[in-house]
Design a protein around this ligand. Structure first.
Ligand SMILES: Nc1nc2c(ncn2[C@@H]2O[C@H](COP(=O)(O)OP(=O)(O)OP(=O)(O)O)[C@@H](O)[C@H]2O)c(=O)[nH]1
Ligand SMILES: [Mg+2]
Length: 226
């Protein structure tokens, strides 16, 4: 048992070292980076498709699409109009790690990028432990998952800075309660920035886009101030 814990600690500290290197490279290039995490099917790729559709004309967006077995999401993102996309197929691993990201990073034109999204593997547990060098984790939760999920998977909500509640078009079809999910999430992490959206109807997405614009602008300012 102690051996297992020691090995886990070693893996995580090596991951943190690599993540710090990635963060340095991204900061040097003024690239704002978000790590999208959620359970499978909450709508990470759908949110990215909508975001590319709305913002690709004004922001230079890069994407890393992680998946256990296929490159389906990367294909969807290219179809949505993304020009800088790299898939990572983990071959079974339940999360991305910094080593996987650092392998594909040189294939992306960071000098000509404003915003990098990393779509993590759909899983509310493992990805929470792995820093990928991002500025923030964004957790996507959908209204079909149950409003108790922040309490059941607290690490993910504690380590995220933003929570996007997706599929609000389906509200009323289950007992999912918006006030409950927000109270549960804020009991874990009082500082969460929260968006209510539907990638199907587009409701709420303008606020998300406005936040992204401001986030990118802040990152650029920080770079010039540095
Ligand atoms: N009704 C409704 N369906 C949605 C919404 N957003 C996404 N979906 C559907 O939910 C399903 C899963 O969406 P994805 O975007 O593939 O979810 P994901 O989080 O990327 O999934 P993984 O990458 O497999 O973890 C798809 O069938 C989407 O069309 C929404 O706002 N409302
Ligand atoms: Mg996806």
């Amino acid at each position: 048992m102690t051996g297992k814990i020691t090995l886990e600690k070693k893996v995580l500290s090596e991951n943190d070292r690599l993540a710090a290197e990635i963060r340095q490279v991204l900061n040097r290039n003024g690239v704002a980076a978000l790590n999208l995490v959620s359970s499978p099917g909450s709508g990470k790729t759908s949110l990215l498709e909508k975001t590319i559709g709305a913002l690709a004309g004004e922001l230079r967006i890069g994407l890393i699409a992680g998946d256990v077995q296929t490159d389906n999401d990367a294909v969807r993102l290219v179809k949505a109009g993304a020009r800088m996309v790299r898939p990572i197929v983990t071959g079974g691993a339940c999360h991305l790690d910094a080593r996987m990201v650092s392998r594909v990073l040189p294939e992306l034109d960071l000098e000509n990028m404003d915003l990098l999204f990393v779509e993590n593997v759909g899983n509310l547990v493992c990805p929470s432990s792995y820093d990928l060098g991002e500025d923030m984790k964004v957790v996507v939760i959908s209204t079909t998952e149950g409003d108790d999920k922040p309490l059941k998977y607290p690490a993910m909500f504690r380590r995220s800075s933003v929570m996007v509640i997706n599929k609000i078009d389906l509200l009323g079809t289950s007992d999912f309660d918006m006030e409950n999910v927000k109270a549960n999430a804020r009991s874990i992490n009082a500082g969460l920035t929260i968006f209510d959206v539907s990638c199907r109807t587009g409701e709420g997405l303008e606020s998300w886009f406005a936040w992204l614009r401001a986030f990118v602008a802040e990152k650029k300012q920080g770079m010039h101030g540095a």
